[in-house]
Write a protein that binds this ligand. Structure first.
Ligand SMILES: C[S@@+](CC[C@H](N)C(=O)[O-])C[C@H]1O[C@@H](n2cnc3c(N)ncnc32)[C@H](O)[C@@H]1O
Length: 221
């Protein structure tokens, strides 16, 4: 998959060059390009924002630099995404669907957002990462990329996906690693027993209880 990120703040994206996403890029599963929208401004001072018509607080990102930066990477099979509080809230299912795309383009809004004509021209898929407002689309873009990447084959083991919260139909069971006793806080005995049937039963029950308690909306029966 190729991912082009259009932003006024390319320095924000170092997170994508660490850990699992770094390995996914090194192995060629994902290729991520971060593109500075400012390079496309036709203004002599490389300005990319302006006051909103009709007045109001803050500045708005102008249509021209965004239009030209999208056109510099857009192909026939591109899916354009605009992270926005007005979008559909991100879910595992949306991320899974996006993981099948060949080319994603992310438009990162900033300040008060972007000129609406960007949406009129490109009709991007608008995705919100929750009912709150951040200063820019850079973090939401990273959240969406991180989330969808986990569904691309080879990025993480498919087994971990099956048991993960939301994919397993609720919240995941609690997990422990060594030591078995930390300052008197003990790992549940059954997990040390080697009895896989019992371990499986314990985990299913713990997952169910946790889901019921914390996210009853996910509890299906
Ligand atoms: C300060 S916000 C603009 C908010 C906009 N004026 C509104 O009220 O909906 C700047 C940019 O951050 C991004 N953003 C902020 N909150 C977001 C969220 N919850 N989900 C996705 N993107 C968000 C969007 O790209 C947005 O254009």
């Amino acid at each position: 998959m190729i991912i082009d990120i259009l932003t006024l703040f390319p320095e924000s994206f170092s997170y994508l060059n660490s850990s699992i996403l770094k390995r996914a890029q090194e192995s060629g599963i994902i290729k991520i390009n971060v593109i500075d929208i400012r390079n496309f401004s036709k203004d002599k001072h490389k300005k990319c924002d302006d006051y909103p018509f009709g007045g109001g607080a803050g500045m708005l990102m102008s249509v021209q630099p965004i239009y030209d930066s999208v056109m510099s990477v857009k192909r026939e099979n591109s899916k354009i995404i605009f992270p926005s509080p007005s979008g559909t809230t991100l879910t595992s299912q949306i991320a899974k669907t996006l993981s099948k795309e060949e080319h994603l383009i992310f438009i990162c809004g900033h300040y008060e957002g972007i000129d609406e004509r960007v949406c009129e021209i490109f009709n991007p898929l608008q995705i919100s990462i929750g009912d709150y407002v951040l200063t820019g689309g850079e973090l939401p873009t990273m959240v969406i990329i991180d989330c969808l990447s986990r569904f691309i084959e080879g990025v993480i083991s498919q087994e971990s996906l099956l048991e993960e919260s939301f994919s397993c139909g609720g919240l995941e069971y609690p997990q422990y690693t060594r030591p078995a006793d930390f300052m008197g806080y003990k790992v549940p005995e059954v997990l040390l027993s080697g009895n896989h049937k019992e371990i499986e039963r314990f985990r299913r029950k713990a997952s169910k209880e946790r889901t019921k308690l914390i996210r009853p909306d996910l509890d299906k029966d």
